[in-house]
Design a protein around this ligand. Structure first.
Ligand code: NAI
Length: 508
């Protein structure tokens, strides 16, 4: 059950996160104490909350009476003793285990026996934080995302000693505050900061292989896969110091698991002080007179009037209707049983990527003029497609494929012949990470999908995405990536393998 609205909430740390959390709790109806060691931080925090509430009033989302009532529920405290009747304490202070432990020791003796202790840490272990307490069972993580009033997700993080009833109360309370709550086990990165790693890592790998420039990869991830921002523009926004530190901390915390290996490219940006937007330069340069580089886009080419679809294009099948609607005649032929189909466009052969390079597929299957298609969230509505071309694909065949897709209204970007292109390898690796998190009991499949949709605004939960494109297909893509690189990083999650063998999906 959620905490009663009369329960007083003490927020410690009035910085970006603390002020946001105080805003959320007060707006939900709780009396809130806001404490910080620096009084100017409290003033700034309260000022920020007032401004945010004014904005809600100006947009008609809050009435003035509710605004006044919310502000009246907030009390600044400069001495923790003044908040000893709080029933829930949430700390959002500096990210330092020692300092947080000292604070919780103090809170443990100050607050009543029933009070719940919560930490907003994004990287420290809740288990370690509670280890110094007499009653670690009443401590849990309550991990909000920035900015707390706007981001829907809250991860409820249980350490080894956390009482399930405490986690359940926090879960219900976060929901009562209008949030999407998920349960997570205290492991490095919890759910979101762990499962999101491949979103950055795969883009950095493709860049490292000089297969495409940041602007093209960003456009692919945004326009083809429906992510709100591309990985490079997002890293520039977060700040490379912060993003690199999270990657490093997850990598170190998993004892150097190769899956989380940081990128030398990003390390270089940090070393150079190119931290992203905040320093005026990251992957992109910022400033009034700087034009942002545009995605590489193929020049207009001549379309074929008719194409032949042999077998099934799998999830890319809706492309056929798009071509027909654009006046391209599509003849359908049966394809080989149990093998991927293709589209014959002039002398070109267009196939959906399966994680192998076009060079390898050309050699293994004795194909000629092979062009590979990357994953799209929805082929019926995508404005852009990303293709790669086998080294031995003739120019005429390539132009026939490009021109015909352009005829269907698609913008075409070419990247080099890299395994799994960009969207497919990223989504497969996100699903792989999500699957391992389920396997290791860090969260349920439903919670992992919710966490990624509401903590990072992904267009789809990675495990639902795997269901949609087929868990067997995802397993094949990962297996091919693993073979291609021979690296531990691409090992297939045992849960993906199991579901693939059984023909099961993550959600019924
Ligand atoms: P911040 O630097 O904006 O604010 C921290 C505040 O805590 C400062 O006002 C500081 O004066 C105060 N403070 C430091 N030590 C204190 C102590 N011993 N007692 C009382 N107040 C103290 O930091 P931010 O970004 O708000 O982060 C706070 C916590 O939230 C950290 O644990 C961080 O990892 C976590 N977090 C941060 C997110 C972000 O995007 N900034 C997202 C999610 C979690």
């Amino acid at each position: 059950m959620a905490l009663d609205k009369n329960v007083k909430v003490l927020v410690i740390g009035a910085g970006a996160m603390g002020a946001g959390i105080a805003h959320v709790a007060a707006l939900a109806g709780h009396p809130v104490y806001l404490y910080d060691t620096r009084t100017e931080a409290i003033d700034k925090g309260l000022g920020g909350i007032a401004q945010d509430l004014d904005f809600l009033v100006s947009k008609g989302k809050l009435d003035s009476a509710a605004r006044e009532a919310t502000m009246a529920r907030l009390t600044a405290v400069t001495d923790l003793d003044a908040a000893s009747d709080a029933g829930l304490a949430i700390e959002a202070i500096v990210e330092n285990l020692d300092i947080k432990q000292k604070l919780f020791l103090q809170l443990e003796s100050l607050l009543g026996d029933e009070a719940i202790l919560a930490s907003n840490t994004s990287s420290l272990s809740i288990t370690a934080m509670g280890a110094v307490l007499a009653r670690p069972e009443r401590l849990a993580g309550l991990h909000f995302f920035n900015p707390a009033p706007r981001m829907k997700l809250v991860e409820i993080v249980s350490g080894l000693a956390t009482d399930r009833a405490v986690a359940n109360t926090l879960y219900a309370t976060a929901k009562a505050w209008g949030k999407v709550a998920v349960h997570a086990k205290s492991t490095p990165g919890f759910i979101v900061n762990r499962v999101a790693r491949p979103f950055y890592a795969e883009a950095l790998r493709v860049l490292n292989e000089c297969a495409a420039e940041p602007a093209t990869i960003d456009a692919a991830m945004r326009e083809c896969c429906g992510f709100p921002m591309g990985p490079f523009e997002l890293m520039d926004l977060i700040g490379h110091d912060v993003n690199y530190a999270v990657t490093r901390s997850v990598f170190d915390a998993y004892f150097g698991d190769k899956r989380f290996t940081p990128s030398l490219i990003q390390q270089d940006l940090v070393l150079a002080g190119r931290l992203g937007r905040k320093s005026g330069r990251g992957f992109y340069a910022y400033g009034a007179d700087v034009a942002k580089p545009v995605a590489r886009t193929e020049a207009p080419a001549t379309a074929e009037r008719s194409v032949t679809a042999v077998g099934s294009l799998g999830v890319a099948e809706p492309l056929l209707a798009k071509l027909e609607a654009a006046g391209v005649a599509v003849t359908r032929k049966a394809g080989p049983a149990d093998a991927a189909g293709w589209l014959e466009i002039g002398r070109g052969r267009l196939m959906l990527s399966d994680g192998r390079t076009a060079a390898r597929r050309t050699a293994e299957e004795g194909l000629s003029n092979l062009v590979l298609l990357d994953l799209c969230l929805d082929y019926a509505t995508t404005p852009r497609v990303v293709l790669s071309r086998a080294d031995h694909c003739g120019l005429g065949a390539w132009h026939a494929v490009v021109g015909t897709l352009q005829q269907a209204g698609l913008t075409v970007s070419r990247i080099d012949d890299v395994a799994g292109l960009i969207g497919l390898r990223t989504v497969a690796m996100l699903a792989n990470e999500g699957a391992d998190a389920v396997l290791q009991g860090i969260g349920s499949a439903a919670d992992i999908d919710l966490a990624m949709r509401f903590g990072t605004n992904y267009p789809k939960g990675p495990l639902s995405w795997a269901d949609q494109i087929g868990v067997r297909f995802v397993a094949r893509v990962l297996h091919n990536l693993r073979e291609h690189y021979g690296e531990e990083r691409y090992r297939v999650s045992p849960l993906i393998l199991r579901k693939s063998h059984n023909g099961d999906s993550f959600h019924e």
